[in-house]
Design a protein around this ligand. Structure first.
Ligand SMILES: [Fe+2]
Length: 214
């Protein structure tokens, strides 16, 4: 396994810039796969069940339901088309899969070729992800408000089927990357409208020591 996951500041900046460069147009409902339609239906039902909450993602029901929906979607090999599994040699690539017409969520597939990684980031909104193919490495950071930087606490392998959900804010800082020699694909759901996915999700933070993912 390589340790080269673009951990320098310049590379992190480049990685962030490239994250959204490969975004596709949002496919229409008619072009969704059946499993993706099922996932959207599950998300719609979740929001309708939480309609009385000022912020649905604050509820334990929402977090639990999101993990279940992600796991179910990740277990279906027909969730993505072959085009939605295509990567980019420039950096990890995002394919926007669906956007809620009410602006409550957007769904994307991220394709990670070997040794590609995200920058260290918190989130402006809630987000959940599941690993569909391959193995990702995730380093988790904690925020030091006094020093205004993040410090790594642990790194763990995230194999196919792994699911995560975090609320917005500096309590969920992490970096994802692919340390393996094979491509990896992950499914991400964010609490933003489709048009905001490039600007209102990742909150890039300074890391005191951002070790290469292992
Ligand atoms: Fe993230």
């Amino acid at each position: 396994m390589s340790q080269d996951l673009r951990s320098t500041p310049a590379a992190r900046s480049s990685a962030h810039a490239a994250q959204f460069a490969g975004a596709n147009e949002t496919p229409s409902r008619a072009h969704r796969t059946a499993p993706l339609t099922h996932l959207c239906d599950a998300l719609d039902a979740m929001f309708e069940a939480c309609v009385k909450f000022p912020e649905p993602s604050d509820s334990t029901f929402f977090a639990r339901s999101m993990r279940i929906a992600l796991a179910e979607a990740a277990a279906n090999p027909d969730l993505l088309t072959s085009a939605q599994r295509e990567g980019s040699t420039e950096n990890y690539r995002r394919h926007l899969l669906a956007a809620d017409p009410h602006g409550r969520y957007a769904i994307a597939a991220l394709v990670w070729l070997p040794h590609q990684a995200s920058p260290v980031h918190a989130h402006h909104t809630w987000c959940g992800y599941a690993v569909l193919d391959g193995t990702l490495s995730e380093t988790v950071f904690e925020w030091n408000g006094a020093q205004h930087c993040a410090s790594a606490t642990r790194t763990q392998a995230r194999n196919a089927g792994a699911v995560s959900f975090v609320r917005g804010g500096k309590g969920g800082i992490h970096r994802l990357g692919n340390c393996s020699d094979a491509p990896a694909v992950s499914l991400h759901i964010y609490g933003v409208a489709g048009a905001q996915i490039a600007t209102h999700v990742n909150d890039i933070v300074r890391a005191a020591d951002a070790p290469a993912l292992v």
